[in-house]
Design a protein around this ligand. Structure first.
Ligand SMILES: *Cc1c(COP(=O)(O)O)cnc(C)c1O
Length: 225
């Protein structure tokens, strides 16, 4: 675990240096989906605090097992309406906001004792090649709604470019969209982009959070068809 985490941090530091940025401007979310609580505990023992999960039930079981470690939980999967209550109550970040309805539910269901839920709007930066995320032309309107929801704190934008193509122009588009929103009066500090395969490209284009699974925990079993 420690060598893999060190290697991921070294990749981040090297890419940040190439981009003329400080390594601590890029946060590492360790994507632990499909891996057991013990793998998370081992990473936490090496100082890793932020973990990303895609499936609510699976995440809840691990959270209960690891309660007390002070971990920061990021929900990075697709969000179904019937899961928003659990997500609002048990996560610190949600990266995949793509619809107003889901954002409103998360805000209403965020328990009053907790700080606002940090959220990113997921943007479809790959056009027809990807089904997930708000279209670039819809982002400003959605951001305008989300930034006024009391239970949420809009932190920025997230994207997953289509596999196969050159991700850099996609990452650049996300950065430009964030800059345009900030020029319009928002103060978004987060670009959640880059995974095991392409974190260097993402950091060169301004990523502030990379979401890395395979490079830390190893390869996941392929989902059955
Ligand atoms: C699984 C997943 C990741 C991690 O992908 P790796 O290629 O294993 O690094 C990052 N982001 C999201 C949204 C994911 O679903």
């Amino acid at each position: 675990m420690a060598p893999a985490l060190d290697a991921a941090q070294a990749r981040i530091a090297e890419a940040a240096a190439r981009a003329g940025r400080r390594a601590d401007e890029v946060a590492l979310v360790a994507v632990s989906k499909t891996f057991p609580a013990e793998a998370i505990r081992a990473a936490a023992a090496c100082g890793q605090r932020d973990f990303g999960e895609n499936y609510v039930q699976e995440a809840r079981a691990k959270q209960e097992e690891l309660a007390g470690l002070g971990l920061v939980w990021h929900f990075i999967g697709p969000i179904q309406s019937n899961k928003t209550r659990d997500i609002a109550a048990h996560f610190d970040w949600v990266h995949g906001i793509e619809r107003e309805k889901i954002a409103r539910r998360l805000s209403e269901q965020r328990p009053p004792g907790l700080p606002p839920l940090n959220v990113c709007i997921q943007v479809n930066v790959s056009g027809e090649a990807s089904k997930s995320g708000a279209a670039p032309g819809e982002v400003a309107a959605l951001a305008g709604v989300v930034c006024n929801l009391p239970g949420l704190k809009l932190r920025g934008l997230m994207a997953i470019p289509e596999a196969g193509g050159d991700p850099r122009p996609r990452f650049r588009l996300l950065c430009e969209l964030r800059d345009a929103l900030n020029a319009g009066g928002l103060a978004l500090d987060t670009l959640s982009m880059g995974m095991s395969q392409d974190l260097e490209s993402a950091i060169l284009e301004g990523a502030t959070i990379v979401r890395v699974g395979t490079a830390i925990f190893g390869s996941r079993p392929k989902p059955r068809p």
